[in-house]
Structures are given as structure tokens and as C-alpha cells.
Design a binder for this molecule. Structure first.
Ligand SMILES: Cc1cc2nc3c(=O)[nH]c(=O)nc-3n(C[C@H](O)[C@H](O)[C@H](O)COP(=O)(O)O)c2cc1C
Length: 236
């Protein structure tokens, strides 16, 4: 039985009623989950929508509570960390973490960063020990897989691309994943959304195929052949 933690972070809904404004990353995520659940009989899915329901930003009091040993926390501090505890528990239970994310200002949405700030927590998801020398942080969990399904308006954010140096989305999430016990990172990205041309349609099509193949690979089944959709087919 594998547990998938599915995090959506676009401010846009997948079923946006304004034509052409549906979230592309959310739809990729929905496709991944559908593919997984159709082909694996043993699974559990935990869904968090931080895009439509963002966690609060951490505060001075939150940080003080997190650094207070659990037995010494006041009732107010326990309460302040309650959501963080719950979000961390969801990460603890997950074998596969699927994050869908738009690129905003060349990085992740603030709502997703707020989620990471709530869960990358000392003595919960990582330990800190100066005996480790120049790299004192070590993850508590291990063996997890992280799948990032992203969408960008511009293009060329991949390795060797014209905007590789401007991509602070995938590389940032990959680094943070290490502190959640992630050992395998996969990214599938749709590009060209702002151009809305054939390159965008082709990028969507490639991503849809890649999502199906990756879900199959992670389930451990042979990826099935993709049906002959046209390149301009909308995500569903
Ligand atoms: C506030 C905002 C900031 C954005 N910043 C960037 C950016 O820095 N680079 C880029 O390529 N696209 C940018 N875009 C375009 C989005 O990445 C693109 O629309 C993407 O498809 C959004 O994901 P979604 O379809 O899942 O909502 C931005 C869009 C918004 C709304």
C-alpha cells in the first residue's frame, strides 16, 4: 500500500470557469493521480490544496515554539504548531509526494513556500548537529519520491535552456525535498503558456505523455501506450 501526498499550489482552479484560464499544473496533477489510482489497487491519497487554502506564514512566535523542546511548550505554543504537526504527519505518511506548481516570478508561489516553511522543521523533518561540520542539517525521513508537475509562461527553463539560470522553481523544490527525505526527484514541466502557440500545445502533449509514463514507472507496471490524441488536445 503506497501513500501519495498530493499538493496543489496554483492560485487558479483546474476547472476555472473563465475559458482558457484553468490551471495547467493542477490538471497535470489530476491526470497523474487518476493514472495512479486506475492502475494500482493499493494506494491512499492525501490531498492538500495550498493554492486555494494557503497555510499561514510562520511568525516570530511560531519560530520560538518550534525551537522550544516539546515538553516545555506552553498550551499556546502547542496550538501554534498544531497545523505544522498535521502537515508534517502527512509528509511522514507519504511514499510519493506530488506537487503541482505554477512558476510565479521565476520561483514557487508564496502559498507553496508557506507550506514548506511549515513542514521543514527542526527535530521533526531534519536534525541539526554541528558535529556534522559544514553541513549540519540531516533529514529525518528517507526513501521518498517527489514528483513536481509545473507550468511556466515562458520557456527554456530546463538544463541548457535559454532561461535555465532564471529557474528558481524546480531546483529550489528539489533542494527542499532533500530535507523531507526525498531520494528520487522527477520534474515534468509545461512551458510556453504565455505564447499560447503550437509550441505550447506540443509542450502540453509531451507533459501528458510523460505523466502517464512516470505514474506507470512508479507503480512498477509497464507504461501503457498513449492513445493517439492530437497535439492540440486540451488537458483533461
Ligand atoms: C503572478 C504570476 C507570475 C508569473 N510569473 C512567471 C514567471 O516568472 N515566469 C514564467 O515563465 N511565467 C510566469 N507566469 C506564468 C505562469 O507560470 C503560467 O501562467 C502557468 O501556466 C501558471 O500555472 P497554472 O496554469 O497551473 O496556474 C506568472 C503568472 C502569474 C499569474
Amino acid at each position: 500500500m503506497k501513500t501519495i501526498l498530493h499538493i496543489d499550489s496554483s492560485a487558479r482552479r483546474g476547472d476555472n470557469p473563465v475559458s482558457g484560464h484553468g490551471s495547467i499544473s493542477r490538471r497535470l496533477g489530476a491526470r497523474f493521480i487518476r493514472e495512479w489510482t486506475q492502475h494500482s489497487s493499493a494506494h491512499r491519497v492525501i490531498h492538500r490544496d495550498v493554492g486555494l487554502c494557503p497555510p499561514p506564514f510562520i511568525s516570530q512566535d511560531w519560530i520560538a515554539a518550534a525551537f522550544t523542546p516539546p515538553a516545555q511548550r506552553s498550551p499556546a505554543q502547542v496550538e501554534l504548531l498544531a497545523l505544522s504537526d498535521q502537515l508534517i504527519d502527512e509528509v511522514r505518511r507519504a511514499d510519493v509526494i506530488v506537487i503541482t506548481a505554477p512558476m510565479y516570478n521565476y520561483g514557487m508561489p508564496a502559498a507553496l513556500k508557506a507550506w514548506f516553511d511549515q513542514i521543514v522543521r527542526v527535530n521533526e523533518t531534519f536534525t541539526f548537529d554541528l558535529d556534522r561540520g559544514d553541513f549540519p542539517l540531516a533529514p529525518v525521513f528517507s526513501g521518498k519520491t517527489l514528483v513536481l508537475l509545473a507550468s511556466t509562461g515562458e520557456f527554456g527553463f530546463g538544463l541548457g535552456g535559454v532561461r535555465e539560470h532564471m529557474n528558481h522553481l524546480g531546483p529550489h523544490i528539489e533542494v527542499l525535498g532533500h530535507y523531507l527525505g526525498v531520494e528520487r526527484f522527477h520534474e515534468i514541466r509545461v512551458e510556453y503558456q504565455e505564447f499560447g502557440d503550437d509550441r505550447h500545445a506540443a509542450s502540453i502533449e509531451r507533459a501528458r505523455r510523460a505523466v502517464v509514463d512516470l505514474a506507470g514507472e512508479l507503480i512498477g507496471s509497464t507504461p501503457k501506450k498513449w492513445p493517439p490524441d492530437t497535439a492540440s488536445a486540451a488537458l483533461r
